[in-house]
Design a protein around this ligand. Structure first.
Ligand SMILES: Cc1cc2nc3c(=O)[nH]c(=O)nc-3n(C[C@H](O)[C@H](O)[C@H](O)COP(=O)(O)OP(=O)(O)OC[C@H]3O[C@@H](n4cnc5c(N)ncnc54)[C@H](O)[C@@H]3O)c2cc1C
Length: 303
């Protein structure tokens, strides 16, 4: 396809910026990934609506990403249009104990905003580097809470390319999952419900929580957090460690020696390196413990 002329046509419809052949490693925390044919940074939800209509008319596949902190993009890149719900859609406002935020705002920004406004319930969000849209898809969370505890409703672009409000009970939240993605919906706005809490107390709890995370998590190399979901009643990291998986390396992809469920990019890791390592770890855990690990990270693109 001639993406230069398509990019020009799309640019005449949207306010946000468009790139051709955009390296996806610039948009993933793993710093891995081939090029996207077309890449849109929307300025607002109307940009997304226009872009989706345009892509559907031209039969161009669409991929939506947030902050890329749970993504493995393959080395061949992504065909079609990638829409990054990010900085153009990151405004946060408050009404009483209710917070409204664009889906491109980040979880730590939501946590800081809630704290400044003396609202409790958002402590878990402080250390997770995802956008609100991505966090809702994943039902992101940590030891002290998760998205579904405090989310009230969202605005999505639906299958008919219309904006629609969905309350949280329509999202089938479960451990690290919701039905947002399987229904092909794009989250554009979010609404959260907190409760009044002393600001000083929130600050102290957040400090302690972030210090605990820092002590437990590998630092210094690009990664995507936990690679596998924890199987019920167990921890993927414990199982991988139990098979001697810590420190295993393929190319520049290495299983962290601090946390066995994290794979680090030591410099020039490719998606292929990571995928080989993932297969190897799955096989080891299955042979040793009879448990089939499920990926938490989402794999996008082609080889
Ligand atoms: C250092 C580190 C620590 C982490 N710690 C945690 C943790 O404690 N707990 C936890 O749960 N996760 C953790 N993660 C993983 C990750 O941050 C979360 O899964 C996060 O919610 C992903 O959000 P994102 O915006 O980066 O989404 P992306 O990785 O960009 O996308 C994730 C999925 O959501 C889809 N998507 C993204 N935005 C939208 C949208 N607006 N509408 C529709 N679909 C969308 C994408 O297509 C993709 O399938 C960690 C990651 C890192 C790198």
């Amino acid at each position: 396809m001639i993406y230069t002329s398509l990019a020009g046509e799309l640019q005449s419809l949207v306010k946000g910026s468009i790139q051709i052949n955009e390296p996806m490693r610039k948009h993933t925390t793993w710093k891995i990934g081939g090029k996207a044919d077309l890449f849109l940074n929307p300025s607002d939800k109307e940009d997304i609506r226009q872009a989706v209509e345009f892509a559907r008319e031209k039969a161009i596949p669409i991929t939506v990403i947030g902050n890329g902190s749970n993504l493995l993009v393959k080395d061949g890149g992504i065909r079609g249009l990638v829409i990054k719900v990010g900085r153009g859609m990151a405004k946060i406002t408050i009404e009483g104990t209710s917070i409204k935020a664009g889906a491109g705002a980040l979880l730590p920004e939501l946590a800081v905003f809630a704290c400044k406004n003396s609202l409790g319930g958002f402590g878990f969000a402080a250390g997770i580097p995802g956008s609100l849209g991505g966090a809702i898809v994943m039902n992101a969370g940590a030891m002290n809470g998760c998205v579904s505890d405090v989310l009230q409703s969202i605005v999505v672009l639906n299958e008919r390319n219309q904006f629609e409000v969905l309350t949280k009970d329509h999202l089938n939240f479960a451990y690290r999952t919701s039905n947002l993605q399987s229904r092909g919906l794009i989250c554009v706005e979010t609404c959260w419900q907190g409760y009044a809490k002393d600001q000083w107390l929130i600050e102290q709890e957040t400090k302690e929580y972030l210090a605990k995370r820092k002590a437990a998590q590998p630092q210094g190399f690009p990664n995507a957090g936990s690679v596998f979901k924890n199987p019920e009643g167990d921890f993927a990291g414990r199982l991988i460690e139990g098979c001697g998986g810590k420190g295993l390396r393929v190319g520049d992809a290495e299983v962290s020696s601090k946390h066995a469920n994290w794979i680090l990019n030591l410099g020039r890791a490719t998606a292929q390196d990571v995928l080989i390592l993932i297969d190897h770890l799955k096989q080891m855990v299955q042979e040793r413990f009879g448990v089939l690990l499920q990926l938490e990270v989402k794999v996008l693109g082609e080889d």
